[in-house]
Design a binder for this molecule. Structure first.
Ligand code: CBF
Length: 837
């Protein structure tokens, strides 16, 4: 009716007490001081920057909580269809700056903390990154949360609250990557709300017995039971009251510890079970694009999906609807195959607990889940050994066998007698041991499947899921090209450019940051000399900011008038940092061979690398070592150091990316064609006016379509050729000296010890000289040619800046707002809902 009865006490008194921090500077300083004294129990004379950051964060949090409360109340009252984004990774980075910008309070806090003797920049710098992810997939999830809230969509994220996020990367004097833990929660986390009352029991192991009572039901008993406890993280939208929720689960023992063992004096035994429960959420697996089949990882996946589903269903049940209406109220997005166990888990609940028949349960499941594939690399496609599954999740294994049986019967009906097809499509891969193919399970259990860029979605349809397209029809298999949030990746990381854009377009940030197509209005200004000067001056200051960062963290002085050339991403053979560093060596050798006069005509170039390698990925770590040692030699060479220097920035993170990206002139996205599903850092660089050097791969293709091919530097073989070339490598290999003499020369210099003991790099060089699976030799010459075109283009600074402006102007498509709205409209059928002011 809209006139609900106030639940308790005097409504007026309640309402008078409900206020956040007023947004004027005096109220902000008051709230800050109050938190210093009460929440932190400190005083002005012993408050350091870290304490001041905490006080500021707590004060901002007060406002977020009220918005969050109102948002949740609105969702509860209006009961719209909601979407849930299940992701094992959320790479959030820092929160304070983002929250201040989204709330429109940055200037007030800046002034407020200044009055109290602090600088807002120093405070922002004290926050540790929330680094609960490895790379693109986790950062995408974070962008989608930001966009969901900004577009007022009722979306919650569900993930794990790892005690240790992605490891800290250190570089030894020899250039080796060393790993240290990331105890990101040690200083307390002001952004999370422990919900100790929201807890669910999750079972592992035990026995599953079919009831054989004419129903598909079974009972699952015994084994280990642990508790999943909720921690809520507020996700503020941009210039809106909507503040969504990210719910992260922590594992805890169900009972404090084993009292029997304790009483019997077996203290170690008494805490063993509690340690094993806590271990589930203790650490993020630091692997990207590899599937290891480890029991703890399987337990993480089930723990998280089981707790999330229990929570989602509890909320649904509060609506008082029939269980068959689940798909009308709930859409669940599976971010890659990691949460696929949610499919058999929902089947288990519907059959064993809700007593639904198989077909009805399967229909509900099929209309509730959506699956995004993020890679076609074979080594990344998850498979779980059947014996492990039977041991850890016996009931789920039974259900998977049943799903497979019914599914293969349907395939047999459509393609009678096609035994090869049946074995190709089976959820169970034969072998020793047998394995469950999680991508197939995610595919058949979902209403729709999508890839993350046009080319990648085509590859999904024509390679890994080809049989499924033939069986289920093409309309189930779509594409949603990834996006990035312009709030963090322009307004926050490049505030001067953001201000210039607003001033030039004469449009408020609250508008264009949420309708990024408005950037097109910048196009005519490419012809305006004054505007170009302002544009170039901002790039220059961003370079100086990066130089300052390198100076203070590494102690190196950088020539900020050089071209800044950046490649930052996880270290992986398919991403080809190796190609880049071999290209750098080639440039160095060319410079060395020149006369001093000839050198003076060459562009000065500073090459930056940053990225982590999975701790067990030997070749990737060797690439880091090579980069560091090439940098050591080149940067010290008096003949060339003015023209070429190289830096490996350790411990890459979201916050480090925020400094590197706005400073780039060019960035490199040079994966072997067909291997990078989308890439999202390519979008971030282009949105900040850096030009793209890349292969015809992933979202590079769509970026080029948008900004114009004349504004990107493409090179390399195309996707359809890659398989043929690999075949040639295997059966008709051509010696590298013949195929690519320039590269052979570079490899020989490394082997010969130009960058330290050549023998160390032999395993890495062998991957190129022998199999060359990633086509380094095949693409080397065209890569060098593309870099020469970059040099040529950079000579004409006016044209260069025009390209930079035109690129930014045409990046509107790559906002994650566009992407999330595509999910909401074409996949989930979820609508925006506004929260009353
Ligand atoms: O879709 C987001 C990103 O996901 C990956 O990082 C992944 O983990 N599979 C891909 O490698 C990226 O191309 C993609 O942008």
């Amino acid at each position: 009716t809209g006139k609900e009865k106030w639940p308790r006490g005097d409504e007026k008194i309640w309402k008078a007490g409900m206020r956040g921090v007023d947004t004027d500077v005096a109220s902000i300083t008051k709230s800050f001081v109050n938190h210093v004294q009460t929440s932190l129990a400190r005083q002005a004379h012993n408050l350091d920057d870290l304490g001041a950051y905490q006080a500021a964060a707590l004060s901002v949090r007060d406002n977020l909580i009220l918005n969050w409360d109102d948002t949740q109340l609105t969702y509860t009252r209006k009961a719209p269809k909601r979407a849930y984004y299940l992701s094992l990774e959320f790479l959030m980075g820092r929160t304070l700056d983002n929250a201040l910008l989204n709330l429109g309070l940055k200037d007030q806090y800046k002034d407020g903390v200044k009055e109290l003797g602090f600088s807002i920049e120093d405070l922002l710098d004290k926050e540790r990154d929330a680094a609960l992810g490895n790379g693109g997939l986790g950062r995408l999830a974070a962008c989608y949360l930001d966009s969901s809230a900004s577009q007022e969509l009722p979306v919650w994220g569900y993930g794990l609250r790892y005690k240790y996020g992605i490891f800290q990367q250190l570089i030894s004097p020899e250039g080796n990557q060393l790993e240290a833990p990331d105890p990101w929660l040690d200083n307390q986390n002001p952004w999370e709300l422990p919900r100790l009352d929201v807890a669910y029991e999750v079972r592992f192991y035990g026995q599953a017995e079919r009831l054989n009572d004419g129903t598909p039901r079974a009972s699952w008993t015994g084994g280990q039971e642990v508790l999943a406890v909720a921690y809520d993280v507020m996700i503020p939208g941009c210039y809106t009251k909507t503040t969504n929720n990210l719910r992260l689960w922590e594992s805890k023992p169900k009972r404090g510890f084993d009292l029997n063992s304790f009483n019997a004096g077996n203290y170690e035994g008494a805490i063993e079970s509690s340690n094993s429960a806590a271990a589930i959420t203790s650490v993020l697996y630091p692997n990207d694009h590899t599937s290891f089949g480890k029991e703890l990882r399987l337990k993480q996946q089930y723990f998280w999906t089981a707790a999330s589903l229990a929570d989602i269903l509890r909320r649904f049940k509060n609506l008082g609807k029939s269980i068959t209406e689940i798909p009308d109220y709930i859409a669940i997005q599976l971010n890659d195959t990691h949460p696929t166990l949610a499919i058999p888990e929902l089947m288990r609940i519907l059959i064993d607990d809700e007593d639904l028949d198989w077909n009805k349960a399967w229909e509900i499941v099929n209309n509730t889940f959506f699956y995004t594939n993020h890679t076609v690399l074979p080594e990344a496609l998850e498979k779980w050994p059947v014996p492990l599954m039977e041991h850890v999740l016996p009931r789920h294994m039974q259900i998977i066998y049943d799903i497979n049986l019914f599914f293969l019967q349907a395939v047999e009906k459509k393609f009678p007698g096609d035994r090869d097809r049946l074995s190709r499509m089976s959820l169970i891969e034969e072998g020793f041991p047998k394995q469950v193919r999680m991508a197939y399970l995610a595919c058949i259990g979902s209403k729709k499947v999508n890839g993350v860029a046009e080319l990648h979605s085509d590859l999904v349809r024509t390679t890994i899921l080809k049989d499924f397209v033939e069986f289920e029809g093409i309309s189930k298999f779509g594409n949603v090209t990834n996006g990035i949030t312009p709030r963090r990746w322009l307004d926050q990381c490049n505030p001067e450019l953001s201000d210039l854009i607003s001033k030039t377009l004469k449009v408020e940030k609250s508008v264009w940051l949420k309708s990024l197509d408005k950037l097109e209005g910048l196009l005519p200004f490419a012809e305006d000399a004054r505007f170009r000067r302002e544009w170039a001056a901002i790039k220059q200051r961003n370079k100086e900011r990066l130089a300052h960062y390198v100076q203070t963290t590494l102690g190196f002085t950088i020539n900020t008038h050089a071209m800044f050339d950046v490649q930052i991403k996880r270290l992986h053979e398919y991403k080809r940092q190796t190609l880049n560093i071999l290209g750098v060596i080639h440039r160095y050798l060319t410079l060395k061979a020149m006369t001093p006069e000839a050198r003076q005509k060459v562009n000065h170039r500073v090459v930056f690398f940053a990225g982590k390698a999975a701790p067990a990925y030997y070749i990737a770590k060797l690439t880091i070592r090579l980069i560091v040692n090439v940098a050591r030699i080149i940067n010290a060479d008096p003949d060339t150091k003015e023209y070429l220097t190289v830096y490996f920035i350790p411990d890459y993170s979201v916050s480090v990316a925020e400094v590197l990206i706005p400073a780039s002139d060019i960035s490199q996205h040079i994966s072997t064609a067909g291997t990078e599903a989308s890439g999202t850092s390519n979008m971030k660089f282009c949105l900040n006016g850096g030009l793209l050097v890349g292969t015809v791969d992933g979202a590079n293709i769509e970026i080029a379509e948008s900004v114009g091919e004349s504004n990107v530097f493409f090179f390399g073989h195309l996707t359809p050729d890659v398989e043929d070339i690999r075949y040639q490598h295997m059966y008709h290999p051509i010696p590298i000296e013949e195929k690519c003499p320039a590269l052979a020369n570079v490899l020989n210099k490394i082997s010969g010890g130009m960058f330290g003991d050549g023998g160390v790099y032999e395993p890495l060089l062998k991957t190129i000289r022998q199999v060359d699976y990633y086509l380094i030799a095949d693409d080397f010459d065209s890569y060098i040619a593309a870099l020469a075109m970059v040099d040529e283009a950079y000579l004409d600074k006016t044209e260069w800046i025009k390209k930079s402006i035109k690129t930014v102007a045409k990046m509107g498509k790559f906002s994650s707002d566009r992407a999330i709205l595509e999910y909401a409209e074409s996949y989930w059928n979820v609508e925006a809902i506004s929260v009353a002011k």
